[in-house]
Design a protein around this ligand. Structure first.
Ligand SMILES: Cc1cc2nc3c(=O)[nH]c(=O)nc-3n(C[C@H](O)[C@H](O)[C@H](O)COP(=O)(O)O)c2cc1C
Length: 142
């Protein structure tokens, strides 16, 4: 089951997490590539059974948090029938960012199996944990 990791990133944290997640999935037998929302690899997306979508938390730190560039994420191609997992990076508090990101991807047709917030100062550990969690869920479904 190939995978694609699509991300939105301003200062690089979410891009780094996306690359780590793609590498971690690949290492565990799920070939994956990462690409930004501005340069989506449409062939990889068409071929993917698993679509991971990540953004960063944008808000007033304790209120009004949402996935950054939610409008752009809402315009992603439809992924009807594909398994989807979401993540966000953050500094302090994600509020409802993950729920909102999950809703966006459900609206795009994704079968959202879960999401995880990755704190920006623990991108490596968080990305590893995300990969483990996703593969854990997938193993119960096959
Ligand atoms: C304009 C702006 C608003 C932010 N709002 C929040 C917030 O409400 N809560 C939070 O925990 N982090 C917030 N952050 C921190 C970012 O979510 C965090 O640094 C993230 O990892 C950035 O990802 P990136 O490097 O991929 O752009 C904000 C950052 C910026 C630039």
């Amino acid at each position: 089951m190939p995978a694609v990791v699509i991300y939105e990133s301003l200062t690089g944290n979410t891009a780094r997490a996306a690359e780590l997640i793609a590498a971690g999935l690949t290492e565990q037998g799920v070939p994956a590539i990462a690409c930004p929302t501005t340069a989506i690899d449409y062939q990889a997306l068409a071929d993917a059974d698993l679509v991971v979508v990540g953004s960063w938390t944008d808000g007033l730190f304790f209120v009004g948090q949402r996935p950054a560039k939610a409008g752009r994420l809402a315009q992603l191609p439809f992924i009807t029938g594909k398994t989807c997992a979401v993540f966000c990076t953050y500094a302090i508090d994600t509020g409802k960012t993950l729920d909102k990101l999950s809703d966006i991807m459900r609206d795009r047709g994704g079968d959202v199996i879960g999401g995880m917030a990755i704190k920006r100062n623990r991108l490596e550990a968080g990305s590893r944990e995300f990969v483990d969690r996703v593969l854990g869920v997938l193993s119960t479904r096959s």
